[in-house]
Ligand binder design. Structure first.
Ligand code: BTN
Length: 335
C-alpha cells in the first residue's frame, strides 16, 4: 500500500476525527507530510474536514470507480486485483475469463456501464452509468451443491453495505433480490465453473441501482434506485467498499460453517416471511405461505394443507398483502 492509500484507509476506518499526530505516528512521516497528502486528496475530490485541535475527518469520497480512487478503499482481499472498465458487455463474462486464466479469489471486475448485463433466469439487466455493476471471483472449498446458498448469503452483505447509508430499511426477497420500499434496487447472479464434484471458481455478479435517475417504462413499476429513494446521490466507492468488507467477513465464515449461522439474520431481512406467495420453479407453480429458509438457504413454503416444501431456486410473486407479524405454523408435517 502506498502512503496515500494507508492514509485513506486510516481516515476511512475512523468514525470521527483522527489527529495529525496520530496519523503521522501511524504512517511514520511528519505532520507536514500528512497535511500535504491531505491536500492532494482534496484536489482529487475527497472532502476532508480539518480542525487544528481535532485533526482530520473524511466526509465524502468522489463518486468515481477509477483504480486510483477506489483501490485505497479496499480493506481486505476482496477487491484485489481490481479491474475497472468504463464500458463492458457483462462484468460476469470478464470475471469468468479471468477466473479461467487463474485469477485469485477476491479479484474484482467493475464497470461504469454494461451493454449486455445479464440477470437471473436468462433475463437482461439494465446497466447504465451511475449504477454499481461488479463481479467477484471466488474459489470456495465446497461441493457444487453447497454453493446454492452463496447468492442468498451475499444478499446479506449487500444489505449490510446499503445499511451504512441513511436510507429506509433495505430487505431481501428470496433468493437474492435487494428490495427497498417494495421495489427492486439490486440483484445477484452467481455463475459456476465446476465439474460434478469440484468447484473451480464462482463468479458472483452484483448489480445495484445506485445513482440512476430514470428507468425504461417497463422497469419503472418494479425497479427503483437508491438515489431516488434517498433524494440524493450516494458515494459508490464507499458503498462498494462496505459491501466487499461485509462479503469477505460473511464468506469466510460460510466457508467454515455453511449457511446455518446466517439463517435467522436472513429471515429478519426477508420481506416474504409469513406472506402468501406463488413460486415458479422449472415450469411448475407452487403456492403457500413462506415459513422462512432452512440451513441450506432453501425457501420453506407451507401449503394450505400444512405440507412443507423446500425450494432451491425459482421466481417468487406475492399473492396477498402482509399478515402482520404472523408466521405459519412450523409444526405441520414435512414434504
Ligand atoms: C438478477 O436479479 O436478475 C441478477 C442481476 C445481476 C446483475 C449483475 S450486474 C454485474 C453482473 N454482470 C452481469 O451481467 N450481471 C451481474
Amino acid at each position: 500500500m502506498s502512503l496515500r492509500e494507508k492514509l485513506l484507509a486510516r481516515l476511512l476506518a475512523a468514525a470521527d476525527f483522527v489527529s495529525g499526530a496520530e496519523l503521522s505516528g501511524a504512517l511514520g512521516v511528519s505532520r507536514c507530510a500528512v497535511w500535504k497528502h491531505i491536500e492532494a486528496l482534496r484536489d482529487e475530490g475527497y472532502e476532508i474536514a480539518g480542525s487544528p485541535r481535532r485533526g482530520y475527518r473524511l466526509l465524502k469520497v468522489p463518486d468515481a470507480l477509477y483504480p486510483p480512487l477506489f483501490s485505497p478503499l479496499v480493506r481486505g482481499k476482496f477487491g484485489r486485483p481490481y479491474h475497472f472498465y468504463p464500458v463492458v458487455s457483462s462484468t460476469n463474462d470478464i470475471a469468468k475469463e479471468l477466473a479461467r486464466q487463474g485469477a485469485p479469489e477476491g479479484a474484482l471486475v467493475v464497470a461504469e456501464e454494461q451493454t449486455g448485463g445479464r440477470g437471473r433466469l436468462g433475463r437482461g439487466w439494465h446497466s447504465p452509468p451511475g449504477g454499481l455493476w461488479f463481479s467477484l471471483v471466488l474459489r470456495p472449498p465446497v461441493s457444487p451443491a453447497a454453493t446454492q446458498s452463496l447468492p442468498v448469503l451475499l444478499s446479506l452483505a449487500v444489505t449490510d453495505g446499503v445499511a451504512a447509508f441513511p436510507l429506509p430499511p433495505v430487505e431481501v426477497k428470496w433468493p437474492n433480490d435487494i428490495v427497498c420500499q417494495g421495489k427492486k434496487v439490486g440483484g445477484i447472479l452467481v455463475e459456476l465453473g465446476a465439474e460434478a464434484e469440484a468447484v473451480h471458481f464462482v463468479v458472483a455478479g452484483i448489480g445495484l441501482n445506485v445513482n440512476i435517475t430514470s428507468f425504461p417504462a417497463p422497469l419503472e413499476k418494479t425497479a427503483t434506485s437508491l438515489q431516488k429513494i434517498a433524494g440524493e446521490a450516494l458515494s459508490r466507492p464507499q458503498l462498494l467498499s462496505a459491501i466487499l468488507a461485509a462479503a469477505e467477513r460473511y464468506y469466510s465464515r460460510w466457508c467454515r460453517e455453511g449457511f446455518a449461522p446466517f439463517r435467522e439474520d436472513y429471515e429478519r431481512r426477508l420481506c416474504l416471511l409469513g406472506r402468501e406467495v406463488e413460486i415458479c420453479c422449472g415450469g411448475n407453480i407452487a403456492r403457500g405461505a413462506v415459513a422462512g429458509v432452512d440451513a441450506e438457504g432453501r425457501l420453506v413454503l407451507v401449503s394450505p394443507d400444512g405440507t412443507k416444501r423446500r425450494f432451491v431456486g425459482g421466481e417468487v410473486t406475492f399473492k396477498q398483502k402482509p399478515r402482520p407479524s404472523k408466521r405459519p405454523d412450523e409444526d405441520k408435517a414435512e414434504a
